[in-house]
Ligand binder design. Structure first.
Ligand code: SF4
Length: 262
């Protein structure tokens, strides 16, 4: 994995507010089960910031323009939150378009807001939706089978964009429609970290890998739980998190990247 590919904004310049902030949006509100142990919420609480105060972070808007080294920007805080205006989302896309040397992974749990945003960009002739820039990836999180409709919404909203799925924290087995899964370019899957982590079965991840293999979608297994060893003392019942490939069982040692990352 290239060293610049991280789970949070990969820059640490003086202008950067650091990985605990969203690059372009500040604050968020929970939308589904994955949000229960949200890292952004925990960081905001630690630094006494108001998590539910959602705003577009104009101070950081131009930050990618100041980074000359090709980098991967992970827009994990939800740029498509209902409180971020279409005009602000448009500003973010304009910066992404000015930085073809960077890759932008834009992940949302609100994929229903992608289409209005792209329609607006198309009306303003900022983006041709049938020929989108290859450095802008759009993705959604599916942490549980009950959120599988996000896959349909993502594909309907952005059929020609590069698309990724984040299956993290994986909270249930997932069964994909293979025709829809084939329209995704990359899957990142992982177990939950943190003091209140909920368990992920390795069998669920193996099943996802097998489904992805059937339709030639690349898979990156980020982290897993040690399924056989749970701490049973009263103070620490959380699953043991494994991050190193060397710790993984052979069938889970898979960290594939899209070709454009290499
Ligand atoms: S959508 Fe993402 S950033 Fe927002 S609360 Fe949920 S996990 Fe946190």
């Amino acid at each position: 994995m290239p060293h610049h590919l991280k789970s949070h904004p990969p820059v640490s310049t003086k202008e950067s507010t650091g990985p605990e902030h969203g690059l372009w949006s500040t604050g968020c509100t929970p939308v589904s089960d994955a949000c229960i142990n949200c890292w952004l919420t925990m960081m905001n609480k630690r630094f006494h910031r108001h998590t539910s105060s959602v705003s577009f972070n104009t101070r950081n808007l131009n930050l990618p323009l100041t980074v000359s080294k090709p980098s991967v920007f992970c827009i994990w805080s939800d740029l498509f939150h209902e409180k971020i205006s279409i005009d602000s989302i448009t500003s973010a896309f304009q910066i992404m378009l000015q930085c073809p040397h960077h890759i932008f992974l834009t992940l949302t749990k609100r994929p229903h807001r992608i289409k209005p945003s792209i329609d607006s960009l198309a009306r303003s002739e900022i983006i041709d939706p049938s020929s989108p820039p290859p450095n802008i990836w759009l993705g959604t999180t599916i942490e549980h089978q009950k959120y599988m409709d996000r896959l349909d919404i993502l594909i309907d909203s952005a059929p020609y964009f590069n698309k990724l799925l984040s299956l993290e924290p994986l909270l249930s087995p997932l069964s994909f429609n293979p025709d829809l899964l084939a329209q995704i370019q990359w899957i990142v899957v992982g177990a939950e970290s943190g003091p209140r982590a909920r368990p992920t079965s390795n069998e669920w991840i193996v099943s996802i890998i097998n489904q992805a293999r059937e339709v030639n979608v690349k898979v990156f297994v980020k982290q897993i739980h040690h399924n056989r060893k749970i701490h049973h003392n009263r103070k620490n019942k959380k699953p043991e998190l494994l991050k190193s490939l060397k710790q993984f069982p052979p069938e889970l040692r898979i960290r594939e990247l899209p070709e454009s990352f290499l």
